[in-house]
Design a protein around this ligand. Sequence first.
Ligand code: HEC
Length: 152
Amino acid sequence: MKQFRWQARVAAALAVFLVAGAAFAMTGAEVVQTRRSLFGEMTNALKYIAGHWDDSASYGDLAQAAGVIERDAKSLPKLFPAGTSESDGLRTAASDAIWTDRAGFDQLAGQLAAQAAKLARTTAASDSAQVKSEIKVVVATCKSCHRDYRSN
Ligand code: HEC
């Protein structure tokens, strides 16, 4: 099965975050960098998915790309620790609402993970209209989180 080029790089960044991040404090700037590469990875995966929604020969890869979004969505809440907002002097588009309405933010991350998990169950036998509607709900969740929790 085809490998996604961006996967190894982001996986490495995440591993550093999850392992080293616990033992030695990562700087706020490093955390911001890690989450930005994660969003880049999700965007690449989503582009692949959107470009192949009606190509059942690619549904194996499409499911794999959806699995990447699911995994990243599950990591999201850990990547917004206190001290990584714009008011901490960092270059970030993370809005203060993340920290004032944490439950809402985490809920949207969980919603994205659940929706991507559905898409990750796509098989060659899946109906393309169904795949298309599952992609739409994923995109709507990306947008709704950006509307409420991203400052630009
Ligand atoms: C739970 C909330 C949430 C969800 C869901 C979410 N995002 Fe974001 N996204 C953010 C926040 C907050 C930022 C700003 C991060 C920063 O600048 O530190 C961001 C930033 C980004 C960026 C800019 C990264 C950069 O280099 O600055 C991209 C691209 C992006 N998101 C894509 C997506 C896509 C695609 C999805 C859906 C598959 C998605 N996001 C889902 C909250 C979310």
